[in-house]
Design a protein around this ligand. Structure first.
Ligand SMILES: [Zn+2]
Length: 266
């Protein structure tokens, strides 16, 4: 069994066939999908999807590229969802992004700090988006690590080995998405070899960047199997062992709502 630890099921590209997408995921051995919001509206949608489909749980947050356009009460709405909705298992996605540069860095840092502090207060993990901002992210994480252990994952890891080691030292999990399967991503495969199986997670980041051999299509949670299969080869372990360990890791990091709360309405 596998867990797709990062998907955006509210995306327009799933509007017409989400039930079929989730059926395919279950048939492919995916036992849980975490649907992450990127702003207020999509966080609400993520919670709504988690409430409708038992396969799905949610994370709520304002992604750094959306922080500039966030209204003041958008953050309050995120906090309320995180506090009240039993199927919210994590805070995010959050982090820093210098690639798109849509939000001034100081604003991104302010929102990143809010997410970390909210996660701490509610005893939930947080999910980090990091693009071309590795040093800034690690600096900020080190500041918070000085106050207590971090429960977090670097999602769709795209940094170098030094960053991966810094994150591992901080106690983080490292999650790989489809990019690691691309022929040009030799550097990511070297990072993947370094990451201990006990700290590894897998994800699709659906609907973006589908793995080989379905690259170019709309990505969906069932395709996490391709990334897992690829990583098992890179790490020279049996697929079954990689599936079991990454699933245990996800359960340990995210925990799940109690069984009664999991009996959603589908
Ligand atoms: Zn994402």
């Amino acid at each position: 069994m596998l867990i797709d630890t990062h998907a955006h099921l509210f995306d327009d590209r799933f509007r017409h066939d989400l039930p079929a997408v989730l059926e395919r995921a279950a048939a492919a051995g995916v036992e849980r999908v975490i649907c992450l919001g990127i702003d207020r509206a999509s966080s609400l949608q993520s919670v709504d999807i988690a409430n409708r489909y038992s396969l799905v749980v949610a994370a709520v947050g304002i992604q750094p590229n959306h922080a500039a356009e966030a209204a003041p009460d958008d953050w309050d709405a995120i906090v309320t969802l995180a506090e009240r909705e039993p199927r919210v298992v994590a805070i995010g996605e959050t982090g820093l992004d210098r690639y798109w540069d849509r939000t001034p860095l100081a604003v991104q840092q302010d929102y990143f700090a809010r997410h970390i502090e909210l996660a701490r207060r509610l005893n939930k993990p947080f999910v980090i988006h990091c693009r071309d901002a590795e040093a800034d992210v690690v600096n900020m994480l080190r500041r918070y690590a000085a106050q207590g252990p971090l429960r977090a994952v670097m999602h769709s890891f795209s940094g170098d080995r030094a960053t991966a080691h810094a994150c591992l030292e901080l106690g983080l999990y490292i999650s790989f998405a489809g990019m690691v399967t691309y022929p040009t991503a030799q550097n990511l495969r070297e990072v993947a070899q370094d990451v201990p199986l006990e700290r590894l997670l897998v994800e699709t980041d659906s609907p973006y960047l589908a793995p080989q051999p379905v690259r170019g299509r709309r990505n969906e949670p069932a395709y996490v199997v391709h990334t897992a299969t690829f990583l098992a080869q890179v790490k020279n372990v049996r697929l079954e062992d990689l599936e079991n360990q990454t699933t245990r890791n996800a359960q340990e990091l995210f925990g799940w709502p109690q069984q009664t709360q999991l009996e959603a309405r589908n």
